[in-house]
Design a protein around this ligand. Structure first.
Ligand code: FAD
Ligand code: NAP
Length: 331
C-alpha cells in the first residue's frame, strides 16, 4: 500500500537519541512521528546489564529501551514500525521513503540512526556469517554452550561480549591487536579475573576456517603483529567486536561528514549542514558514544528543531513556548 503523510518533525531512529528527541518534541507540541528502523530500541537491545544509566544501578538494555519507547508514546509521539529506505533533503518539505510503501514528508528531520557493528572485512568472515561468525553475543551466545569461542577487539564491547559469553562457553579467547585494552578499567578487572578467559595480545585475525557441509566455524588463524607468526585457535564461534560505524547511508551524499564519516554538526548544537535537519547520538559522535550522551543530544535536537520551526513560522521561541504553556500548567 502506498500513502503519503506529513509531519512537522520526523525522527528517524529509535535508540536513546531518537526516543529522547521524541519525548521533548512531543512536549513541545510538535506531534512528532518516529520511525523505528530494523532495530527498534537500537544498540542497547543487544546488550545485557547497563550500569551507567543514571538512576538505575543496573538495568537490562532491552528493558531500558522498552521504557523509553513507552515514555515517548505516552508523551504523544506516533511511533511507526518502518525502515527509511531513502531520504531527500534537497528541498522542503523533506521526503523520506519508507520500506512499507509510506512516503513521509517533514518540515524538519531529526536523524538518530546511530551506529552499526564493524566487520574485519575478511572473505572468510563473510562466508561464515550466521554459521559461527557473529557480532552480537547476546543474540547468538546461547548456541555455543560448552564450546570454545574467540572474540576479537579491545574496547568495552569486546570485553563485555567476552564476559557474557563465559556464561555459555567452556573457554573464551580474546584476541587483541595491541598489548593493552581500551575498555574501562572496571571491565578489564572483571575480564582478567575470569578463569574461563584467555587474552592473546598483539595478534590480528587473518582468517576464519571451518567446515563446508554443514557450514560451520572450526577455528581462526591469528598472526603476531611483530613476528608475523601464524597460529590457529580452535573454536566453534567467532565474535567480532571491533567497534561501530555511524549509520550514514541515508545522508552521506547530502550532509557534511567528518572524523571518518560522522555527521558534522555545528559546535554546541545538533544543526547539520542543511537547515532543518538535525543529528543526534552515535551518528554524530565519534568520541563519547554512550546511551546518556545520545539521549542528551536527542534532547538538544528536539529543542533545536523546535526553535528552527518557530523561526520558519515567524514565531519567536517565546511565542512558541507560550503556545506549549497550557500543557505544562495542567501537569
Ligand atoms: P542506536 O542505539 O544505534 O539506535 C539507532 C536507531 O536507528 C535504531 O533504532 C535503528 O533501527 C534506527 N535506524 C538506523 N537506520 C535507520 C533507517 N534507515 N530508518 C529508520 N531507522 C533507522 N552505552 C552505555 O552508555 N552503556 C552501556 O552499557 C552500553 N553498552 C553497550 C553494549 C553494546 C553491545 C553496544 C553495541 C553498545 C553499548 N553502548 C552502551 C553504547 C550505546 O548503545 C550507544 O551509544 C547508543 O545506543 C547510541 O544511541 P543512538 O540513539 O545514537 O543510536
Ligand atoms: P571501540 O571503543 O571503538 O573499540 C574498538 C576496539 O576494536 C579497539 O580496541 C580497537 O583496537 C579494535 N579494532 C578496531 N578495528 C579493528 C580491526 N580491524 N582489527 C582488530 N581490532 C580492531 O568500540 P566499542 O568497544 O564497540 O565501543 C564503542 C562505544 O560504545 C565506546 O564509546 C564504548 O565506551 C561504548 N560502550 C560502552 C559500554 C559500557 O559503558 N559498558 C559497553 C559497550 C560499548 P585499538 O584499541 O587498537 O584501536
Amino acid at each position: 500500500m502506498t500513502d503519503t503523510r506529513h509531519t512537522r518533525v520526523l525522527i528517524i531512529g529509535s535508540g536513546p537519541a531518537g526516543y529522547t528527541a521524541a519525548v521533548y518534541a512531543s512536549r513541545a507540541m510538535l506531534e512528532p512521528v518516529l520511525v523505528q528502523g530494523i532495530q527498534p530500541g537500537g544498540q542497547l537491545t543487544i546488550t545485557t546489564d547497563v550500569e551507567n544509566w543514571p538512576g538505575d544501578t543496573t538495568v537490562m538494555g532491552p528493558d531500558l529501551m522498552v521504557r523509553m519507547e513507552a515514555h515517548a508514546r505516552e508523551m504523544g509521539t506516533e511511533i511507526i514500525s518502518d525502515h527509511i529506505m531513502s531520504l531527500d533533503l534537497g528541498a522542503r518539505p523533506f521526503v523520506a521513503q519508507g520500506d512499507s510503501g509510506t512516503t513521509y514528508t517533514a518540515d524538519a528531520v531529526i536523524l538518530a540512526t546511530g551506529a552499526q557493528a564493524k566487520w574485519l572485512g575478511l572473505p572468510s568472515e563473510e562466508h561464515f556469517k550466521g554459521f559461527g561468525v557473529s557480532a552480537c553475543a547476546t543474540c547468538d551466545g546461547f548456541f555455543y554452550r560448552g564450546k570454545e569461542i574467540v572474540v576479537v577487539g579491545g574496547g568495552n564491547t569486546a570485553v563485555e561480549e567476552a564476559l557474557f559469553l563465559t556464561n555459555f562457553a567452556s573457554k573464551v579467547t580474546l584476541v587483541h591487536r595491541r598489548d593493552s585494552l581500551r575498555a574501562e578499567k572496571i571491565m578489564q578487572d572483571r575480564l582478567f579475573k575470569n578463569p574461563k578467559v584467555e587474552v592473546v595480545w598483539n595478534h590480528t585475525v587473518e582468517e576464519v576456517v571451518g567446515a563446508q557441509e554443514p557450514r560451520g566455524v572450526e577455528g581462526v588463524v591469528i598472526r603476531h603483529v611483530d613476528t608475523g607468526e601464524t597460529t590457529t585457535i580452535p573454536c566453534a564461534g567467532f565474535f567480532v567486536a571491533i567497534g561501530h560505524a555511524p549509520a550514514t547511508e541515508l545522508v552521506k551524499d547530502q550532509l557534511e561528514l567528518h572524523n571518518g564519516g560522522y555527521v558534522k554538526v555545528e559546535a554546541g548544537t545538533t544543526r547539520t549542514s542543511i537547515p532543518g535537519v538535525f543529528a543526534a547520538g552515535d551518528l554524530t559522535d565519534h568520541i563519547y558514544r554512550q546511551a546518556v550522551t545520545s539521549a542528551g543530544m536527542g534532547c538538544m535536537a528536539a529543542l533545536d528543531a523546535e526553535k528552527w520551526l518557530a523561526e520558519q513560522e515567524g514565531e519567536t521561541p517565546a511565542e512558541a513556548a507560550a503556545y506549549a504553556a497550557p500543557v505544562d500548567a495542567a501537569e
